[in-house]
Design a protein around this ligand. Sequence first.
Ligand SMILES: Nc1nc2c(ncn2[C@@H]2O[C@H](COP(=O)(O)OP(=O)(O)OP(=O)(O)O)[C@@H](O)[C@H]2O)c(=O)[nH]1
Ligand SMILES: [Mg+2]
Length: 538
Amino acid sequence: MSTTDSTERTHDSANADLEREVSRRRTFAIISHPDAGKTTLTEKLLLYAGAIELAGAVRGRGARRHATSDWMELEQQRGISITAAALEFELEGRRMSLLDTPGHKDFSEDTYRALIAADSVVMVIDAANGVEEQTRKLFEVCRRHRLPILTFVNKFDRPARDPLELIDDVERTLGIFAAPVNWPIGSAERFRGVYDIQQKTLLQYEREAQGQYRAPVEVAALDDPDARELIGEAAYSHFRESLDVISTAGTPFDVAEYRAGRQTPVFFGSALNNFGLEPFLRALVELAPPPQARPSDGGVVQPTDERFSGFVFKMQANMDPRHRDRVAFVRVCSGRFTKDMTLTNSRVGKPLRASRAYRFFGRDRETIEVAYAGDIIGLVNPGQFAIGDTVHTGAPVRFVGVPRFPAEHFGRVRLQDTRYKQFDEGLKQLEEEGLMQVFYTSGDRRAPIVGVVGALQFDVITSRLDTEYGVAVKIEPANYTVARWVADPEVALPSLTGAITVSQDRQDRRVLLFSSEWERDYFERHHPKIELLAESPT
Ligand SMILES: Nc1nc2c(ncn2[C@@H]2O[C@H](COP(=O)(O)OP(=O)(O)OP(=O)(O)O)[C@@H](O)[C@H]2O)c(=O)[nH]1
Ligand SMILES: [Mg+2]
C-alpha cells in the first residue's frame, strides 16, 4: 500500500465522520412574545429528553429549583428571560442544541442574534392570546432567513381560544400555512389530551404534581365509547366537528412544505402540565432540519466543508461565578473544530489558539475536545472577540449579517462608591456583550452616558454591575435618543447647541448625541461634509 493510498483512506474516513456528525445535529431557537412559555417548554423538553431529572420552574420559590435556561439572578428574581441561553443535549442519537430566547422587546437584540445561529425555530403561542406583537416581529425575521418553524400552542390547561380560530389566526396574521399535527381535546379544566391526526390515536393525559411526568394513555379508536365518555358528550361532538373541518378544509401536513418555510406544523398542549410534549419532542427529532449551508462574503459555505468556520453571535461575561471570564458564543458553520486549533479572527487577522472551548447547558459548561458544524461552542480568549466576528481556519472568509441595533435610550450612570477600577471594567465588559454603548461627555469618567436598545436594560446594567462587579451605580435618564459616530477623526465640528453633545467612546472616537431624530436630520442637512455613522467604525 502506498502512502498516498493510506492518506486518502484516512481522509475519506475523516470525511465520513464529519458528514455523520453534521447530519445528526439539530440547532434550533425557541421564540415568542413574552410569557407564552418558552422557558417552561425548554425545561420540559430537557426533562423529557432525560437531560435533567427534575423540572425547575420559572418562578422557583424557596427551595424549588429554577428553570435551567433562566440562570441569571435577575431572571430568577423577575421570572422573565433576559438573555438567550444555550443548551446542548443528546436525544435518540441526535445532538440537539437549543436556544431559549427572551421575549421582551427590550432584549430582542439578543433574540435576533440567536435566530442567526439557528437552523430552525420553535414558535410558542399562548392559547388564550393567539399571535401577539413580538411573535409577529420575530416571525418576520424567521421568514427572511427562511427558517422552518414548528408551532406549539401552549397553556391549553387554561381558558383558551377555539383551536380552529387559533389556526386561522396563525395563517392570517403571519401569512403562512398552518398544518395541525394534533388537535386538543377540551380546554381549561376539561383539557384531556391531544388527538394525533395522522396516526388517528388519542393521547390522554392526567395532571400530575409539577415537575413529574407520566406517559399518556393511548385510547386507540375515536369511536370508542370510552373516548366519548372520557371527553364528555358536549365536548366530544364539538371536537368531532372541528376535526371534520380541518380534515376537509385544513392544510395537510407536508414535511417538504415545512422545510421550505411555507407551512408550520402545529401542536397543542400545556408545557406546565406536561400535556402534548412527547409528540412535540418526536417532531423536533424527526422533522427539524440538520445544519444548513450559510452565505458568506466568499459564497455559500457548506456545513460539511472540511475547513472549520463559525461566527460569534453572543458574548457573555461572568456566567460562572468561579471563573468570571468572558465567553464568546460561536455557531460552528462548517467543518470540525478541535481544541488547541489555531484560528484566524477575520476582523483582526491575527492567529489565535483556541485552548479553552466549551459546550453549554444553561449556566453550566463542559470542556470539549471537538465540535462540528451545527454546534454552539464557547471560546474564552479575553479581549479577542466581538459580536459578529468570523473565526476560521484556511483561506479568509467572513459571515455577515449578525444584527446590531442602534441605541434609543440614554442614561447617565453615576458611580455611588469608590471602586472605580471595577466600575470601568464592568462597563467595558458589558459593552463588549452588546448590552449597551458607553460615551464620555466630560473629563469625569465616573459618570458616562450609556445608550441601550430597550429601557429595561438599565435595570440589567445596575443589577449586573452590583452582582458581578460589586459596584453600586445609579442611572438617571439623559435627554438623548440618537448617537452617531463622526466618520473622519480629523474633520472640524461646528460649535453645537444644547440639543447636541459631543462625546467620546472608549477608543476616543467622537460621537454626537442628539436629543431627537429631527436634530440629527437637521445637522446632517446643514453639514453634508461631516459624515456620520450609525455604528462604531471597526
Ligand atoms: N397555566 C399554564 N401556565 C404556563 C404554561 N406554560 C408556562 N406557564 C406560565 O407562564 C409564565 C411564563 O412562562 P415562561 O416559560 O417564563 O415564559 P417565557 O415565554 O419564557 O417568557 P419570557 O422568556 O420572559 O419571554 C410562567 O408563570 C409559567 O409558569 C402552561 O402550559 N400552562
Ligand atoms: Mg423565558
